[in-house]
Unconditional design. Structure first.
Length: 363
């Protein structure tokens, strides 16, 4: 049994990791989360009563708090997921992304380095700092049939992806310079239960159920590789327990889809699963609306996840069809969860065009 420290553990991917660790393993978990707009403790309700679960509401930029937590909980593995993560928000206001994703990662690495050095040699050898990142650091594959690999050069396009690229470089530098055992993973677009509703799939579901427009950027021909979040959680735990320090692993779902195809498929699933439609709506596809594209929008991302399959034996369990159906059904069954978010800080407004006046959002 190991002690895990999971930053951002009340967020979308982080909470999936924590639920997996508590429900599917015997490990102990302490969650460190600031509980900003996208952090939601109700995403951890399923595991909060476990005696192997602990929670600390802490900003990762607070070094003294990080030192206290590491000394108290004595983690064997750190999974660093805490991040500002929405491209559109980074366009509107980039500083929170610089502060959390770059400065916060630096604080985490420094706290981990000093804690790791204090451990006896046997525990030092078993320690892992797992830095979780995104395929957006690689930039745009438009005009190519290539896939992102672990050696693809970085070419970030947005303030968000630039901040994540910076954090990736810091993590690798702390291993090269200080010897801190670091593993980096880069994943494709996640979707699934407990996804904050500013992102494409949950927003389209919620807007459709309300009879609101379904805004799609440009022509909707942006291509993304979609990864079901519970598959991603399994992959991350596989990496942190079986992966090799100093290595990078790409994690993808083998599910390339155009945004317009994703939205149309969602509409068709809702026609089937939520046949009682809002007034004036015959088919949910009628609500699709094309809006001005995001500034600097990358057209295609695609992950080659062959390395993690070959070396660690991980493959996604969900197809896009099975994962999307599960996701739609979850949102239909858990209206209270997403309704509480809409009643709070986020009302479905479009982000990323602070000087524009169009409603809705898409990513």
């Amino acid at each position: 049994m190991k002690q895990f420290l999971v930053t951002g553990g009340a967020g979308f991917i982080g909470s999936a990791v924590v639920r997996h660790l508590i429900q599917q393993t015997e490990h102990r978990v302490v969650v460190v989360d600031k509980l900003t707009y996208a952090g939601n403790l109700s995403s951890l309700d399923e595991v909060a009563s476990s005696d192997r679960f602990a929670f600390e509401q802490v900003d990762i930029c607070d070094r003294a708090a990080l030192d206290r937590i590491m000394t108290h909980y004595q983690p064997d593995c750190i999974m660093h997921l805490a991040a500002e993560s929405h491209v559109d928000r980074s366009i509107d206001s980039s500083w929170p992304f610089i502060e959390t994703n770059i400065v916060g990662t630096w604080q985490m690495l420094e706290a981990a380095r000093h804690y790791w050095r204090s451990l006896p040699s046997e525990r030092q050898q078993g320690f892992v700092f797992h830095h979780i990142s995104t395929d957006e650091v690689f930039g745009d594959l438009h005009g190519s049939d290539d896939f992102f690999t672990e050696t693809t050069p970085y070419a970030p396009s947005s303030p968000y992806s630039a901040s994540k690229a910076s954090s990736d470089h810091l993590a690798r530098a702390w291993m090269r310079t200080y010897g801190l055992p670091v593993i980096v993973t880069n994943c494709s677009n996640n979707y699934g239960p407990y996804h904050f509703p500013e992102k494409l799939i949950p927003l389209m579901i919620i807007n459709a159920l309300a009879g609101k427009p379904l805004p799609v950027y440009g022509k909707g021909d942006q291509v993304r590789d979609w990864l079901y979040v519970e598959d991603h959680a399994r992959a991350l735990v596989t990496v942190v327990t079986k992966g090799k320090a100093g290595e990078t692993y790409n994690i993808g779902g083998h599910n390339e889809q155009r945004n317009i195809d994703v939205v149309e498929t969602l509409c068709d699933l809702l026609d089937e699963l939520a046949p009682t439609k809002p007034a004036g709506v015959t088919q949910y596809r009628e609500l699709i609306t094309f809006v001005a594209d995001r500034p600097g929008h990358d057209l295609r991302y695609a992950i080659d996840a062959g390395k993690i399959e070959r070396e660690l034996g991980w493959r996604p369990q969900e197809t896009f069809a099975s994962g999307l159906r599960k996701t739609v059904q979850w949102y239909l069954n858990n209206e209270r969860w997403w309704r509480s978010i809409l009643d709070g800080s986020y009302q479905g407004e479009r982000l990323g065009l602070s000087h524009a006046s169009q409603d809705g959002a898409s990513s």
